[in-house]
Ligand binder design. Sequence first.
Ligand SMILES: *Cc1c(COP(=O)(O)O)cnc(C)c1O
Length: 388
Amino acid sequence: MRASLATAETDRIIYDLTGIEHQYAALLDELPDIKVRFALKACPVDEVLQCLAAAGAGFDAAGPAEITQALRAGCEPDRIHYGNTIKSDHDIAEAHRLGVRTFATDSVEDVTAIAAHAPRARVFCRLATSGEGALWGLSRKFGCAPEDAVHVLETARAAGLVPAGLSVHVGSQQMTAEGWQQALDTLAATLTALAGRGIVPDHVNLGGGLPALGYQDRHGNPLDPPLDKIFTVLREGMDQLRALTATPLAFVMEPGRHLVADHGAVRAHVSRLTRRRQPDGTDAHWLYLSCGKFNGLYEMDQLTHRMVFPDHLGAQEHVPAVVAGPTCDSDDAYGDGRHPVPVPRAVTSGDPVWILSAGAYATSYMTQGFNGIRPLPCVCVRGQEGHH
Ligand SMILES: *Cc1c(COP(=O)(O)O)cnc(C)c1O
């Protein structure tokens, strides 16, 4: 990865496939009993999907186009589920035609449509979570309350579908073990309620939300999520859910960012370092880069990425600067444009900068031609040990 960044003469996003494979293996070391269904929106890059599929992962796809991409990566349809609760009749029929037999749901309306367009399919019901503790909570748009989940899965059974499971998503980049504990408690209560109605799911899908390790907060401090504690809570929670059910219970997870974020980096360059009087009367430095919210760094609203400048600059005097992207949009700046981070005072236009832990949601959130900016070219490499 370092070598590829160092030799890059133009902007690009680089993925380290070896690093992604190691990340996948490390996750299975921690949670040996889970089936991984990579949420492919986090990195819809063919080479990345191919290497995960070859390693044994399946995919959480959000619609027919993602299903098609997962199949193209060499994944069989039985390792792909339709994980989006939002789907049209046409989407359901198309997914069924492509061979997908497992569908997420969270409403009676959706279940009725699945029964019509994917008869006898397996459905799992998504439970709502609070999203507390996550950088991006996903609380209102998705999932139903436990009582409604019972009703939704009873409706599925009556419509000839298989009420196969329950799912949660604790919010993206979930920073607390408590967020997982709450979701596990809700799952336990719902499994018990379902058993009372004679519904015994064969699996629980613990969703996404596993954090990446390399991010920094808005002030440039490491986020440092308690990953070991999260894994401990997950292992204990899975044991408790298993003890609740009479038949064997399988576990699925849909990590997105956790598998790819720390194994992708952006090579960008400095546009300009400026110093200007701000509306409040203070002076501020602004560092404008060639990449920002609309071409590779979409998540700069909540986090900052580690930046590496050329060696000869790294050792020199630093000044606090607000880092921003190149577009004519004021949202295209780190932390609302209010939180400066240290940058070398001597940077000049054209200097390269490496932006680390930028592998998640980068390619999928790139705009087409906003202010004439093209999506970053994407390059996949293989590192020796998979580490930067
Ligand atoms: C986006 C998404 C994921 C992945 O989320 P991460 O926070 O990146 O792990 C998993 N499941 C579903 C249903 C999603 O929409």
